[in-house]
Design a protein around this ligand. Structure first.
Ligand SMILES: Cc1ncc(C[n+]2csc(CCOP(=O)(O)OP(=O)(O)O)c2C)c(N)n1
Length: 343
């Protein structure tokens, strides 16, 4: 497993990133953690439908999205708001989507990110299609797709990996092995010793990295992106990490894992080791931390206001997208939905 920055903040070898870039990525990790905690709180207040937290996975998402070019495609899932934000998806749309507002699933024109997939694994094929299309149109852009350890059991994962390898497409398959697919532990998910080794069967490079290590994630992903852009085909990256929170806000993880395990992973906090690294180079102070947290909170609060301030669509909207002429049972359902809100 590739590790370049240990949990105690020691660098193994030369630091792959400048202090300045490390500071910028640390700032991004503080921002996404603020977003994550804010969303979990909003859900408790009934302001979000449900929420899938990513605390513990900040280095995996920020470190892998950082080396992308702005026009590179990103195809991710419900837990990947941090990576999506890094690639230009606005906070307010990430929030609106989580309130159940379909407009949150439509990124601005210039943002090369697909709406998040809830269907586990299905979206990896879309990334392959986008890379194929880029090749067809002679574009430089590559595609990265994010998925969990559980998604590797889906047929779609195998189809996507095989097609990308056979055609030598520019795809980075980025698996966040956060140890659980809801309550199913990684060890029960596959008999493979690692997820990275699955790459061998498809004839592509597979790399396992410490997913809580910003430097290792950045380095491995940057290499995979370079390879994809050079026309040398896809790569599978397994980022070994941990979901510190519940699967979603409606899950009780104490039913399937021990608190001691969570504590063990808290000691491998992806932000803490970068903080130590910066601190030892006089590039972090408590005042800067405080300022970052305040700025992040203000920015996210503003996004919440924007998301909540969007005009209400009303329940009739959900009946408008599919049919030109509604079938009779949906006419009845629409009437019932409108009655329920007094319209
Ligand atoms: C095709 C499909 N099957 C089942 C589900 C229900 N489901 C939602 S999340 C999840 C677990 C996914 O685990 P993993 O891929 O490891 O990602 P994580 O949630 O840990 O990020 C399941 C089974 C779904 N959304 N889609």
């Amino acid at each position: 497993m590739l590790q370049l920055l240990t949990p105690s903040g020691d660098v193994l070898g030369e630091p792959p990133l400048s202090v300045d870039l490390t500071r910028r990525l640390y700032r991004a990790m503080v921002y996404v953690r603020t977003f994550d905690r804010k969303c979990a709180a909003l859900q408790k207040q009934g302001r979000l439908a449900t929420y899938a937290p990513f605390e513990g996975q900040e280095a995996a998402q920020v470190g892998s999205a950082a080396p992308l070019d702005p026009e590179d495609w990103m195809v991710a899932s419900y837990r990947d708001a941090a990576a999506m934000w890094m690639q230009g998806y606005p906070w307010e749309l990430l929030i609106a989507w989580r309130t159940g507002d379909e407009r949150g699933g439509r990124p601005p024109e210039h943002v090369s990110v697909l709406p998040p997939s809830i269907t586990v694994g299905g979206h990896m094929l879309h990334a392959v299609g986008l890379a194929w299309s880029a090749r067809h149109f002679g574009e430089e852009r590559i595609a990265i797709t994010y998925f969990g350890d559980g998604a590797t059991s889906e047929g779609d994962f195998h189809e996507a990996m095989n097609l990308a390898a056979v055609y030598g497409l520019g795809v980075v398959f980025f698996c966040q092995n956060n140890q659980y697919a809801i309550s199913m532990p990684r060890t029960a998910q596959t008999r493979s010793e690692t997820i990275a080794e699955k790459a061998i069967a498809y004839g592509m490079p597979g790399v396992q990295v410490d997913g809580n290590d910003l430097f290792a994630v950045f380095t491995a992903t940057a290499e995979a992106i370079d390879r994809a852009r050079a026309g040398d085909g896809p790569t599978l990256i397994e980022a070994v990490t941990y979901r510190l929170g519940p699967h979603t806000t409606s899950d009780d993880p104490s039913r399937y894992r021990e608190e001691s395990e969570v504590e063990q992973w808290r000691r491998r906090d992806p932000l803490e080791r970068v903080r130590i690294f910066l601190s030892e180079r006089d590039a972090w102070t408590p005042e800067w931390q405080e300022r970052l947290e305040t700025e992040a909170s203000t920015e996210i609060e503003r996004a919440v206001e924007l998301a909540e301030g969007m005009d209400g669509l009303g329940p009739a909207r959900i009946f408008e997208a599919m049919f030109d002429e509604l079938p009779p049972h949906l006419v009845d359902q629409r009437a019932e939905a409108l009655r329920s809100v007094g319209q």
